[in-house]
Design a protein around this ligand. Structure first.
Ligand code: ZN
Ligand code: ZN
Length: 342
């Protein structure tokens, strides 16, 4: 068994990752060691890397990454997954299994969950440890590199759509058409709803149209009115990391509609409670996905071939890719290809 591996680690928050040789971890009770083929690079990785401090409870240094896919090469005590099985290392490493969120089927909201690349080492490494009971089983027929973003971006978008109460004849507005929004459009289409895409980038709107958005609008002062002219929004899914979307949302949303917050927007929005009293709008949010949502979503992905652009990179080029991600210089998602050494 290999003793050492390459990993991209956060040594000092705010500084570039260190691509370095570290010992391969060994799986304990209930754990599996995956030899990774790929890992997606997510905006959350960027937030952690650019943070002021390590996340609470995180190992230091910390290997980032939570969109890994690889094969089982070593098994800890008590595990039954066959050697060579292809599994995913998503955001959830494990959860407490006894809080209200966990016991009511919403483990993705568990306040003490542990996450790959956040509170335990993640998938920016040739090998990663997963909990057997939390690893995602990757169905045959899904190609590893193209499927890496399903582990976070994809399942997060899916979870958002599942909360949007969509149905045939309803109008769904997807704001923000990067990787998550692109998955959101494709999943929302499957509900039979009419999907309208909104973004500040004409290039991303072109992609949204190719993925099935029936109408595409640039985000500006006239957007809400254009959506009103179509009958108004029955659901709004926000994938745009900005609080500036709020006046547009309140301008386009129908009575009794649902607003789903998916993007991480830390700045407040001016919410007038009376507005809610009058219109009965439901405001909710979603965070990654539960294990069951992952199973359902991967089965759907196998059938429908959700596609977003991916750009494979070598592990040693992870800092350059993260820099481009930070400046918006990417069409879909970067994925690390561990077979690439050039
Ligand atoms: Zn993510
Ligand atoms: Zn819990």
């Amino acid at each position: 068994m290999t003793e050492m591996m390459w990993a991209a680690q956060l040594v000092e928050p705010g500084k570039p990752l260190s691509v370095t040789r570290i010992p391969v971890p060994r799986p304990g009770q209930g754990e599996l060691l995956l030899k990774l083929e790929t890992s997606g690079i997510c905006h959350t990785d960027l937030h952690v890397a650019e943070g002021q401090a390590f996340p609470g409870g995180a190992p230091q240094p910390l290997t980032l990454g939570h969109e890994g896919i690889g094969r089982v090469v070593e098994r800890g005590a008590g595990t039954t997954t066959p050697m060579g099985a292809r599994l995913g290392a998503p955001w959830l490493h494990d959860t407490c299994e006894h809080c209200r969120s966990c016991l009511t089927g919403w483990e993705s909201f568990c306040p003490t969950h542990r996450a790959h690349g956040y509170t335990v080492n993640g998938s920016f490494a040739e090998y990663v440890i997963v909990q057997e009971r939390y690893a995602a089983v990757i169905p045959e027929g899904l190609e590893s590199l193209a499927s890496a973003p399903l582990m976070c971006a994809g399942v997060t978008a899916y979870g958002g759509v599942m909360k949007a109460d969509l149905a045939p004849g309803k109008l769904a507005v997807v704001i923000g058409c990067g990787g998550l929004g692109q998955y959101g459009i494709q999943v929302a289409k499957l509900t039979g709803a009419t999907v309208v895409a909104v973004d500040t980038s004409p290039v991303k709107l072109k992609e949204a149209a190719a993925l099935g958005a029936e109408e595409c609008f640039l985000a500006d002062e006239a957007t809400a009115e254009k959506i009103r002219a179509l009958g108004g929004a029955d659901a709004v899914l926000n994938f745009a990391p900005s609080n500036r979307i709020w006046p547009m949302v309140t301008g386009m949303i129908n009575n009794l509609a649902t607003f789903v917050s998916v993007a991480m927007v830390a700045e407040p929005v001016p919410l007038v409670l009376e507005w809610l009293t009058y219109n009965g709008v439901k405001i909710t949010g979603t965070s990654v996905g539960t294990r069951q949502q992952m199973i359902d979503f991967l089965a759907l992905a196998r059938k429908h071939d959700f596609r977003i652009d991916i750009e494979p990179v070598a592990l040693k080029d992870v800092n350059a890719a993260m820099h481009r991600l930070a400046t918006g210089d990417v069409k879909g998602r970067f994925v690390i290809d561990f077979a690439r050494v050039d």
